[in-house]
Design a protein around this ligand. Structure first.
Ligand code: SAH
Ligand code: SF4
Length: 428
């Protein structure tokens, strides 16, 4: 089991147990528990509340996520009595597939509809030797980064655990079906043969750390060897810099971290990534330091979207190199993906190369991401789903871009957390 080794249960662990207890309690009333909302510990607690032993939870986890069987009645190694009880009090609801698009370059993009009619997008990017699934965490995003199409659409709600892990479930199923149709045998791992998910990046729609409560159980299911069995280095949480929740992540689960930096100075970052006004670069870098502390194998991937004439000059490259000096950093230079009325242009290849050159000569490992899935709008920042914006952001976009916008008072959804927050190192 890939859960973090802990002698006492972590905050998120306790929260998932309590939520299982609540879920079990709820079944006595009207609401059924969605089994896909439960990570291993939560499922053990849930089954325990029905008088069942932990091994039952492990069997069910395998049925759900490895065999992708949703009908509890088909879980033949579970007793008939327990199956009948589960059929009565639980569901295994998933989003429905509204659109399945495949790009010329093999990239796939799916539009999934949620039970309330909201829609989210998930993208699969095949590369030699690996397949990366880009997963959404929210319907829209409240953080309002100026160059991001999702942010521009405003915010509607957080996804549940089942809606997050459901994207992995559905993508695995849909890719498997496509392989079968192409005559690729299940389990065939020969070069380029199968569309296998080897990596997950939380880089779809939304800010994952603003949906912390659902994020952690979903990540645990991705890592769990009875779930998707992904390596901790191949599951990446990308954040725009929600510093206190970065610390909680560091404490709660061991996964890779990407930080959407996009500017080397606070002045510029305040404009591009408004959460910077609340958690400026100095605090962000301190949280990154706490993430890598004590583990020499760890690094942080800094994402940097290349905006022509905005953040892509050699002076900015030098400032970035200085900021990241002595830090175990990789930098990923992302070509800006345009969308209507973004107000930005993609940096030329020449400017990107010059920028990369400055970083490389300062000894910083620099990746130059190529854009994938352009023809189906599947590239980063082009994901917008179909959002009924509760923040009315879209209306506000008549306002000038670089006016003085108020500091965002966004707080992640922790309302239903039943246990007090842990002491977080370095957070005031
Ligand atoms: N909210 C998280 C994860 C989702 S965004 C975050 O901000 O990190 C995933 C990545 O896409 C981020 O690095 C984001 O800055 C980048 N991105 C957003 N809009 C983009 C655009 N139009 N072109 C290129 N990258 C973009
Ligand atoms: Fe939200 Fe990330 Fe887009 Fe910023 S870049 S608005 S944090 S999804």
């Amino acid at each position: 089991m890939n859960l973090p080794a802990e002698t006492s249960p972590s905050d998120a662990h306790l929260a998932s147990l309590r939520s299982a207890e609540r879920a079990a309690g709820a079944t006595a009333g009207t609401t059924k528990t969605n089994l896909l909302d439960l990570d291993r510990d939560a499922l053990v607690a849930f089954m325990g509340s029905l008088g069942e032993k932990p091994f039952r939870a492990r069997q069910i986890l395998k049925w759900l996520h490895q065999r992708r069987v949703l009908d509890v009645d088909a879980m033949t190694d579970v007793s008939a009595k327990t199956r009948a009880r589960l059929a009565e009090i639980t569901t295994t609801d998933l989003p429905t597939v509204r659109l399945d698009q495949r790009s010329r370059d093999g990239t796939a993009k799916w539009l999934f509809e949620l039970h309330d009619g909201n829609r989210i997008e998930t993208v699969y990017i095949p590369e030699s030797g690996r397949g990366t699934l880009c997963v959404s965490s929210q319907v829209g995003c409240a953080l309002d980064c100026s160059f991001c199409s999702t942010g521009r659409q405003g915010f509607n709600r957080n996804l549940s655990v089942a809606e997050i892990i459901g994207q992995v479930w559905l993508a695995t199923r849909l890719l498997g079906e496509a392989d079968a149709a192409a005559g690729v045998a299940p389990g065939d791992r020969s070069a380029g043969a199968s569309s296998r998910i080897t990596n997950v990046v939380m880089m779809g729609m939304g800010e994952p750390l603003a949906n912390y409560r659902a994020l952690i159980p979903a990540l645990r299911l991705m890592l769990d060897d009875l779930g998707y069995g992904l390596s901790k280095r191949r599951v990446t949480v990308s954040t725009s810099g929600m510093v206190p929740w970065m610390d909680r992540l560091t404490n709660d689960i061991d996964v890779s971290l990407a930080v959407s930096l996009h500017a080397p100075t606070d002045d510029l970052r305040d404009e591009l990534v408004p959460i910077n006004r609340k958690y400026p670069i100095r605090e962000l870098m301190a949280a990154c330091q706490r993430y890598v502390d004590g583990d020499r194998k760890k690094h942080v991937m800094f994402e940097y979207v290349m905006l022509d004439g905005v953040n892509d000059s050699p002076a900015e490259a030098r400032a970035l190199a200085k900021l990241l000096r002595d830090f175990p950093a990789k930098v990923n230079l992302i070509p800006f993906n345009p969308f209507p009325q973004s107000g930005y242009r993609r940096s030329s290849r020449g400017r990107l190369e010059r920028f990369a050159g400055v970083l490389e000569s300062a000894g910083i490992l620099t990746l130059k991401r190529t854009t994938r899935g352009d023809d189906i709008d599947a590239a980063c920042g082009q994901l917008a789903g179909a959002i009924e914006d509760r923040s009315r952001r879209a209306e506000k976009f008549a306002e000038p871009r670089f006016g003085t916008r108020p500091v965002i008072a966004i707080q992640p959804d922790t309302r239903e957390r039943p246990v007090p927050a842990p002491a977080i190192r370095g957070v005031r």
